[in-house]
Design a protein around this ligand. Structure first.
Ligand code: NAP
Length: 269
């Protein structure tokens, strides 16, 4: 390959040769992120608990060499072993997108210790576990991109989701702290904060509105979309585009940020 075609390839596939792990890649935002990173040339490991949705995402990816690994991000030993096995096949992990998460709602007085713990464990401890597993490899390579999918609920409060809000605020604090630790090591760590996004997870919020107000599911979605100044639900592809940008080699100076993808609902400043 001559120098010109090497440059063309770099421009077209800026993540070629980079192994990317996306958690929760079998649905919603995680699936869209996996498609975007593969489009940019990365080699993907799709991680989640259910094999069937991961295999369905795998079948849609551009390029070759991608794979699936079944693991629970709340289990440090299990997820570390899964990531180590993926690295043995596809090389050290260069990109980690901590996307897997869950959102359950309840008024604070009805938030049981189990619900509280579940939200913290999957959204916050899961992010810690996967970061803990990949960071030594990134430090050895002196290159890495970690993108944590937080939420606008990591930047502002919302009623009836105190456990989720606390966990997502924690994800942003964790992002900022790790960013400072690795700032001189060629690794960037950022959070992306979607507003209400049209995915299976949003179904829980829609069901709640339907149950409590008797409105239809479409009317409930319209209510949620009204909190976005653009008057629409965020699409998974909107979030994926922001993640893809943060993973580019050219995004090296964007570090320790929490980037809202919310149509102006939250203005970071
Ligand atoms: P989703 O479609 O429900 O996706 C969540 C994914 O996480 C699923 O694929 C699920 O797969 C995986 N997952 C859940 N628990 C896991 C565990 N313990 N171990 C491994 N994987 C696990 O929801 P989404 O809307 O795309 O959400 C993705 C991320 O965006 C979440 O962090 C969410 O908090 C965040 N977010 C969503 C919205 C929204 O409005 N949709 C807004 C802001 C932020 P398995 O069940 O197969 O494991």
């Amino acid at each position: 390959m001559n120098a010109t075609s090497n440059n063309d390839r770099e421009n077209a596939l800026p993540l070629a040769g980079r192994h990317a792990v996306v958690t929760g890649a079998g649905s919603g935002i995680g699936e869209a992120i996996a498609l975007e990173l593969a489009r940019l040339g990365a080699t993907l490991t799709l991680l989640g608990r259910r094999p069937a949705p991961l295999e369905a995402t795998l079948a849609k990816l551009a390029g070759e060499g991608h794979g699936v690994t079944v693991a629970d991000i709340t289990d440090l030993a299990g997820v570390s072993a899964a990531i180590e096995a993926a690295a043995a096949v596809r090389g050290a992990v260069a990109i980690l997108v901590n996307n897997a998460g869950a959102a359950k709602s309840a008024p604070v007085t009805k938030t049981t210790p189990e619900l509280w713990q579940e939200m913290l464990t999957v959204n916050l401890t899961g992010t810690f576990n996967c970061t803990h597993a990949v960071l030594p490899g990134m430090q050895a390579a002196r290159w890495g991109r970690i993108v944590n999918i937080a939420s606008t609920a990591g930047l502002i409060g919302y009623g009836y989701v105190s456990a989720y809000c606390a966990a997502k605020h924690g994800v942003i604090g964790f992002t900022r702290a790790v960013a400072l630790e690795v700032a001189k090591q060629g690794i960037t760590v950022n959070a992306v904060c979607p507003g209400y996004t049209d995915t299976p997870l949003l179904g829980g919020a829609v069901d709640n509105i339907v149950a409590k107000t008797g409105r239809s599911a479409d009317e409930a979605k319209t209510t949620l979309a009204a909190s976005n100044p653009q008057g629409r639900l965020v699409q998974p592809e909107d979030v994926a585009a922001a993640v893809g940008w943060l993973c580019l080699p050219s995004a090296a100076a964007i570090h320790g940020q929490a980037v809202p993808v919310a149509g102006g609902e939250v203005m970071a400043g």
